[in-house]
Design a protein around this ligand. Structure first.
Ligand code: ZN
Length: 197
């Protein structure tokens, strides 16, 4: 019986399956190529086969401070990166990083789609998915680089993401260090109420 390859990413058929899945989840070619060893032309051809059009050109949008833009955004980043970190730790040596990333992202999408009380921000996007897969890939890079960390809140025990190299206002808990303004929008406690009203 043939043995399975130690590293699945040396199996071309498997690589195509993973790349196809990433594209269907919305990943752009540079993201797919960072997770699957395929060439630029191959990635673009596969994208065109799936979507019947050429992929967007140019750099991926990148916002290093995205996780602190709002507490709702921070909750979404915390759900995805929490799953990603747990899955990465459970992964054995032969595990495929692309597979781990996909598993965490798919589970994130399922979790947020079942929110019975979506915020305005969440209600405005399909299935409440605020975190696009390309940004999820960037966040996983920030986590690996140590720019983002997962911490447990001392008050409410929620696990949430923080910008590790930034001062305290960038490390607030998205569950208990927030308040709601007149319109019901959740604000970080450090955002001054007088400035808004
Ligand atoms: Zn808390």
């Amino acid at each position: 019986m043939p043995r399975l390859p130690a590293n699945k990413l040396s199996d071309m058929g498997y690589i195509w399956v993973v790349a196809d899945k990433l594209f269907r989840l919305g990943a752009r070619p540079p993201v797919v190529r960072s997770l699957c060893p395929i060439g630029k032309k191959t990635a673009i051809r596969l994208y065109q086969t799936i979507y019947q059009q050429s992929p967007k050109q140019g750099l991926l949008p990148y916002d290093p401070y995205w996780i602190v833009r709002s507490s709702v955004i921070n909750i979404h980043a915390s759900i995805f990166l929490g799953l990603f970190q747990d899955f990465t730790r459970q992964q054995n040596q032969d595990g495929c990083p692309a597979e781990t990333f996909i598993a965490a992202y798919e589970l994130y999408c399922r979790v947020v789609a079942h929110n019975p009380h979506p915020s305005k921000l969440e209600a405005g996007v399909t299935q409440a998915i605020l975190l696009d897969i390309n940004r999820a890939w960037q966040l996983s890079g920030q986590l690996r680089a140590g720019e983002i960390g997962l911490v447990i809140c001392g008050k409410c025990q929620a696990r949430h993401v923080v910008l590790t190299k930034m001062p305290k206002p960038f490390q607030q808990c998205p569950i208990c260090e927030v308040w709601a303004d007149k319109s019901g929008r959740r604000r970080w406690v450090t955002v001054n109420a007088r400035k808004i009203t």
